[in-house]
Design a protein around this ligand. Structure first.
Ligand SMILES: NC(=O)c1ccc[n+]([C@@H]2O[C@H](COP(=O)([O-])OP(=O)(O)OC[C@H]3O[C@@H](n4cnc5c(N)ncnc54)[C@H](OP(=O)(O)O)[C@@H]3O)[C@@H](O)[C@H]2O)c1
Length: 254
């Protein structure tokens, strides 16, 4: 009898672009994809951080290159992609937050957050998808959204709006790109310990709120997000598109 075989979780011979990969969740996701066999391009603004990460990846035998640019600079992004073959995997991870009460939000911050979390994600996805379609290749696009793409949160009106937009984008892109063999999904983590969340964790009131909502009773670590990216990028997720994988310790369960 021939038994069903688990489709591969390996990513050998695939090229992956990860934005915001100098530190935090993006660096962890780049490491995870590289460990699964992908050749990774790590993108962020800080060249020094990228160079250190790429050197460490190469030291352990992985294929990696740095790409220092601001992804809100569309011309720079276009030029960088034009000089490279199409990426099989795109992880739109670069994102930001400026927590503030709704009534105090500065509209310049609104534009900055939306400009990075939504517009730059949208524009880069467009370029990568165009490259794949022109080459007739399948692909996997993963947006790093947030549990705040599913629920709201204190001082997070702009951030939650941006991540809900990313969730809508995931679904609508999946509808159009599915027939072309390009899968589009999001990863929606709860609070993860990175530079982005340091100020929130330093506030005892906010920390108590977070601990009260996470059923597994601990804050997330970057390692908690790594397996999801490998899974969604791989053939093991071949029929998965247009959905969001919550990594929220049970936050949104109720
Ligand atoms: N940490 C959490 O609790 C959490 C939870 C849910 C979702 N998320 C999402 O996960 C993603 C990563 O979060 P994180 O906590 O790892 O953030 P982080 O520690 O602040 O790291 C952000 C990364 O993005 C890069 N970046 C920022 N602006 C950029 C730009 N304009 N162009 C290119 N790169 C840029 C940063 O490098 P440079 O400054 O050098 O450019 C850095 O490498 C974000 O989308 C965030 O919304 C985070």
């Amino acid at each position: 009898m021939s038994l069903p075989r688990t489709p591969s979780f390996r990513l050998d011979r695939r090229r992956a672009l990860v934005t915001g990969a100098g530190r935090g969740i993006g660096l962890a996701l780049a490491c995870a994809l590289a460990e699964a066999g992908a050749a990774v391009t790590l993108c962020a603004r800080s060249g020094d951080e990228l160079n250190r990460a790429v050197a460490a990846l190469r030291e352990r035998g992985d294929e990696a290159e740095p790409l220092a640019l601001d992804i809100t600079d569309h011309g720079a992004v276009e030029a960088a992609l034009a000089s490279r073959p199409p990426f099989d995997i795109l992880v739109n991870n670069a994102g930001m937050n400026r927590p503030a009460p709704f009534v105090d939000v500065d509209l310049a911050d609104y534009d900055r957050i939306m400009g990075l979390n939504v517009r730059a994600t949208y524009a880069l996805s467009q370029l990568v998808a165009r490259g794949l379609v022109a080459a007739g290749k399948p692909g996997a696009i993963i947006h790093v959204s947030s549990q705040m793409g599913h629920v709201g949160g204190v001082d997070r009106t702009v951030y939650a709006a941006s991540k809900h937009a990313v969730e809508g984008l995931t679904k609508a892109m999946a509808i159009e790109l599915g027939p072309k063999g390009i899968r589009v999904n999001s990863i929606a983590p709860t609070f993860i310990r990175t530079e982005l969340t340091a100020s929130t964790f330093a506030n005892p009131e906010r920390l108590a709120w977070i601990r009260s909502k996470i059923k597994l009773d601990r804050i997330g670590e970057v390692e908690d997000v790594m397996g999801a990216a490998v899974f969604l990028a791989s053939d093991a997720a071949a029929l998965i598109t247009g959905t969001s994988l919550l990594i929220d310790g049970g936050w949104t369960a109720g």
